[in-house]
Design a protein around this ligand. Structure first.
Ligand SMILES: CC(C)(COP(=O)(O)OP(=O)(O)OC[C@H]1O[C@@H](n2cnc3c(N)ncnc32)[C@H](O)[C@@H]1OP(=O)(O)O)[C@@H](O)C(=O)NCCC(=O)NCCS
Length: 167
C-alpha cells in the first residue's frame, strides 16, 4: 500500500467506472479526471491532516490495483471503519483480504484501536468473503443503514477487535 499520486487519476477514473464498484459504492457521477486529480492530492491529504481518515492505494508492480481507506475514525473510542475496492483485473488474488488484514492489524496494534468495523451491503458476497477471510466477525445486520445508486440497503456489520488478532 502506498500513497495516491496525481498520476493515478486516469487509472482511478477507469477503475471507478466498473459496474461492480458502481453497484456497491455511491461514488460521484460523473467522475471526471479533474475530480480524481483533486481527490488524489488535496482531498486525501486534508483527510489525513485532520485525522479523520486515511486513504491508501493498493498497487501491483506500481500500477493502481485498488483502494483502501480508514473512515469514521473516533479517536476517543478508538474505533474506525474500513472501505475498499479493487479494479476488475486485480480481483481473485486475495489483494483486498491482505490489505484489510494489514490495515486493521496496524490500527489495532500500532495505534491501539479497540475496534475496526466493516459495513457490507447484505447482497455483496465478494466483500463478505473478504471480511471473513480477513478475520472479521459477523455481528448482525444494520437495517436500512446504507445506500447505493439503486437505493437503500441493509448493511452487515463485521468487526475485528484486539482479542481477534492472531498475527
Ligand atoms: C469486494 C472486492 C474488493 C473483493 O475483491 P476480491 O477478494 O479480489 O474478490 P474475488 O473476486 O476474489 O471474490 C472474493 C470471494 O467472493 C466470491 N465471490 C465473488 N463474487 C461473488 C458473487 N457474485 N457471489 C458469490 N460469491 C462471490 C469469490 O468466489 C471469492 O470467494 P473465495 O474466496 O471462496 O474464492 C471486489 O469484488 C470489489 O472491488 N468489488 C466492488 C467494490 C466493493 O464491493 N467494495 C466493498 C464495499 S463494502
Amino acid at each position: 500500500m502506498t500513497a495516491f499520486d496525481v498520476a493515478d487519476a486516469p487509472a482511478l477514473v477507469a477503475a471507478v467506472a466498473d459496474p461492480d464498484i458502481r453497484r456497491w459504492l455511491p461514488l460521484p457521477r460523473p467522475y471526471p479526471v479533474e475530480l480524481a486529480e483533486h481527490w488524489a492530492t488535496v482531498g486525501i491529504e486534508s483527510t489525513r491532516v485532520s485525522g479523520t481518515g486515511l486513504v491508501r492505494c493498493i498497487r501491483v508492480d506500481g500500477a493502481l490495483a485498488g483502494c483502501i481507506d480508514v473512515k469514521r475514525v473516533d479517536w476517543r473510542a478508538r474505533t474506525a471503519e474500513l472501505g475498499y475496492w479493487l479494479a476488475p483485473g486485480f480481483r481473485g488474488q486475495g489483494l483486498a483480504t491482505a490489505a484489510v488484514r494489514t490495515l486493521s492489524s496496524w490500527l489495532l496494534g500500532v495505534h491501539s484501536f479497540e475496534r475496526v468495523e466493516l459495513r457490507v451491503a447484505t447482497g455483496n458476497a465478494a466483500s463478505a468473503r473478504v471480511a471473513s477471510r480477513a478475520g472479521f466477525v459477523h455481528e448482525g445486520v444494520a437495517r436500512n443503514a446504507g445506500f447505493t445508486d439503486d437505493g437503500r440497503v441493509d448493511l452487515a456489520v463485521w468487526s475485528r477487535v484486539p482479542g481477534d488478532r492472531s498475527d
